[in-house]
Design a protein around this ligand. Structure first.
Ligand code: BEZ
Length: 213
């Protein structure tokens, strides 16, 4: 069954390159990114796992734990990681699940039979500290994901978890945000002391509450 936004991320136990894990215990109070790639020793996947490793500090700063999954076995993952580290100039030290029995892939609907009967597609889930699914994306095998976009969504999710705001199209941290419709304009004046820019009664901007400007 497919997983929808707001669902509790299904728990599982799995064998990974960093030892056996229970997913929910692994996440603890952190945010999580669970993402599948079709197969080891493939070019796009090599760049994706490399980029994720290069962005380790960015994920850490946002209190996010990352976890990759493919249906290849553990020894293959371990050998492939050496190639990733060499070619992408990084150190992969996040766990990669060896999902040989497709338990995780099935639980998270990562195999789309009309795309491939055997490999997972490029699924990605952002999970909040409440274990609820906050974002799902699915990319085809031929297109590597944009991990800066994943960080941008996490920034938006974390900001809207703290403040009654949403973020507009193409928003980047530091840009103006949108006051949530649930906030009355008279209340917005006090809740957003940096000021309001009212374009329409339903379209009200305020500076990013976390920026120093
Ligand atoms: C890749 O990572 O390059 C890839 C994996 C599976 C199918 C096609 C491309």
């Amino acid at each position: 069954m497919s997983i929808r936004l707001g669902d509790t991320a299904p728990n599982f136990q799995a064998k990974t390159t960093e030892g056996n894990i229970d997913f929910h215990t692994f996440l603890g109070d952190s945010w999580g990114v669970l993402f599948s790639h079709p197969a080891d020793y493939t070019p796009v996947c090599t760049t994706e796992l490399g980029r994720t490793a290069q962005l380790k500090e960015e994920f850490r700063r946002r209190n996010v734990k990352v976890l990759a999954v493919s249906v290849d076995p553990l020894d293959k993952h371990t050998d492939w990681v050496k190639d990733i580290n060499e070619t992408q100039h990084c150190t992969v030290d996040f766990p990669i699940i060896a999902d040989e029995d497709r338990k995780v892939a099935t639980l998270y609907d990562m195999i789309h039979p009309n795309a491939s009967e055997t490999f997972t597609v490029r699924s990605l889930f952002i999970i909040g500290p409440d274990k609820k699914v906050k974002l799902t994306i699915t990319y085809p095998a031929s297109t590597g994901r944009n991990f800066y976009e994943v960080l941008r969504v996490i920034d938006s999710l974390q900001l809207s978890a703290q403040h009654s705001i949403s973020t507009p199209a193409d928003w980047q941290p530091g840009d103006d945000v949108i006051v949530a419709l649930s906030v009355k304009t008279e209340d917005a004046q006090t809740r957003f002391p940096k000021g309001l820019r009212i374009v329409k009664p339903y379209l009200r901007y305020t500076p990013d509450p976390t920026s120093n400007i």
